[in-house]
Design a protein around this ligand. Structure first.
Ligand code: ATP
Length: 494
């Protein structure tokens, strides 16, 4: 990360805390690593992101429905899905610093360092060796690579490493009253399995016809070996996932469609398209026949925000085998090639999976700006969050110019008329310029100022966050003006 980017990212993190977006969990007890709480504005922003996703996926698509499944699930589900045996990260400890690392990440950092130093040859050979070792789950080989390339612990600067061990990322807990006889259950590491095991419930009760999708927003838990970069990698986080069930053979067509639809969802918010890229998976998971990440350019580089995966019939077939319940769908449509119905089959699945918290971080990083407003004779700047108006925690702030002469009363009247449609802020403390800056810093798109003229002619000043321009409008028009600019419709139509 360049100095500039590092500084910028630090500013985003402290801004998020200062204005009540994100707090470290259990802060007064020195925090719990990689767990975060959303504050009063963070909760609003997060809800708005969820609404944007839910409306785009469920409300706009009549063949997609949403569910809300439990976090606890039958332990066999995680056997069937492959998580009990395969949801591991290779970890390694430095014996001097007692710090723990992911072996693959140490190697990746080294590859990156080779690249930066212009040593393409070593970068490529280490990449190939690492890929091979990971694929073969050859842990001694991973350790050998760390030693061969003289990778030192960033803290102790020594190469005194333990062996590499596999570490399962699922949190387990006891289900039932007493430890004795209690069963071990897991906190779900992804929301997707809740969709798969309800596939037939939803299909039958909702009379769904293939192709159709099931969407879900919910918490997921992963005991990440190391967690860093703020809310980028957390141990408790939220996912927004959609499983789209299709006829076998049509999956790649749907995969390409969903790739484009999902990228468009990101870009509709007005983000510079150069900030996004697709990253095809070179190595596919055993159950996938195509997979791509949608990556955003964070201050620390392009990183995954969302994954689109063509998962074949792997999950449903596994559940069919482990539960001994049929996971088939009867497709009555006639296959033009055979002249007969497609009949019974286990559907194929395209998954779109986005991390809510990670996208929250995208939103913050992308919106945050320290804007230089200096003129020839005066130094000036402001912190502004250029959030899309539909996502902004407050849609408008009502600001009486002074605290007397009936202005606060008039302001309250306006606020009371608008609050049924919009989440509104009210502020009468400090000079008006300072109040504008406070709203800029939390991303409020409009400030409505009530002055002495308002009492005479029922007009107010609207100040726009991004341009800082002001216009005079009638109170009677406020609802329409704000409504147009913050509406879901405008955003969703894109
Ligand atoms: P990574 O390679 O970054 O660990 P992943 O490939 O394991 O991610 P998926 O299992 O595909 O991620 O999960 C889908 C999405 O969930 C990711 O794109 C990401 O946005 C989010 N996500 C995954 N793990 C975390 C985490 N520990 N904290 C926050 N978000 C996460």
């Amino acid at each position: 990360m360049s100095k500039n980017n590092e500084e910028n990212f630090k500013n985003v993190i402290s801004h998020a805390k200062e204005y009540g977006f994100v707090f470290q969990s259990s802060e007064i007890y020195d925090g719990l690593s990689a767990v975060y709480d959303y504050g009063q504005l963070g909760a609003e922003l997060k809800n708005n992101i969820k609404t944007y996703w839910w409306k785009a996926m469920v409300q706009l698509n009549e063949n997609i429905v949403g569910i809300d499944s439990a976090i606890f699930m039958h332990p066999k589900i995680w056997k069937a899905s492959g998580h009990v045996d395969g949801f591991n990260d290779p970890m390694i400890d430095n014996k001097d610093s007692k710090k723990r690392y992911r072996a693959d990440q140490l190697l990746e950092d080294k590859i990156e360092a080779y690249k930066v130093a212009g040593d393409q040859q070593n970068a490529e050979s280490l990449q190939a060796d690492m890929d091979e070792a990971l694929k073969a789950e050859d842990l001694p080989r991973l350790k050998a690579l760390i030693e061969e390339h003289k990778i030192a612990c960033p803290v102790s600067k020594t190469c005194n490493w333990t062996d590499v061990r596999q570490f399962n990322l699922m949190f387990a807990t006891q289900f039932g009253a007493m430890a004795e006889g209690a069963e071990e259950v897991y906190l779900r590491p992804e929301t997707a399995q809740g969709i798969f095991v309800n596939f037939l419930n939803v299909q039958k009760s909702g009379r769904m016809k293939i192709p159709f999708g099931i969407a879900q927003i919910g918490k997921a838990f992963r005991n990440e070996v190391i967690a860093r970069q703020f809310i980028m990698r957390m141990r408790e986080f939220e996912q927004m996932e959609m499983q789209f069930f299709v006829r076998p053979g049509s999956e790649l067509e749907w995969y390409n469609k969903w790739k484009e639809i999902r990228l468009q969802w990101h870009l509709a918010l007005g983000t510079d398209p150069k900030k996004y890229q697709f990253h095809d998976h070179a190595k596919l998971a055993h159950y996938a026949n195509a997979a791509v990440d949608i990556e955003y350019e964070f201050p620390f580089g392009f990183k995954e925000v969302e994954g689109i995966h063509s998962r074949t019939d792997f999950d449903l077939s596994q559940h069919q085998e482990f539960s001994r319940k049929k996971m088939q769908y009867f497709d009555p449509e006639v296959n033009p090639e055979t002249g007969k119905p497609y009949g019974n089959y286990v559907p194929y699945v395209i998954e779109t999976s986005i991390g809510l918290d990670r996208f929250f971080l995208v939103t913050l990083v992308n919106a945050f700006e320290e804007e230089d407003l200096s003129t020839a004779d005066k130094q000036d700047s402001r912190s502004v969050l250029r959030l899309h108006p539909a996502l902004a925690p407050y849609k408008a702030a009502v600001l009486p110019l002074t605290k007397k002469d009936g202005l606060p009363e008039k302001a309250r009247e306006i606020m009371d008329a608008l609050k049924f449609d919009f989440n509104m802020a009210y502020d009468e403390k400090d000079a008006i310029g300072k109040r504008y800056r406070r709203q800029d810093a939390i991303g409020t798109p409009f400030c409505i100022t009530i002055d002495y003229d308002t009492l005479e002619d029922n007009t107010v000043t609207i100040r726009h966050r991004d341009s800082m321009e002001q216009e005079r409008v009638a109170i009677a028009d406020l609802n329409r003006i704000i409504g147009d600019l913050v509406s879901w419709k405008n955003l969703l139509q894109k």
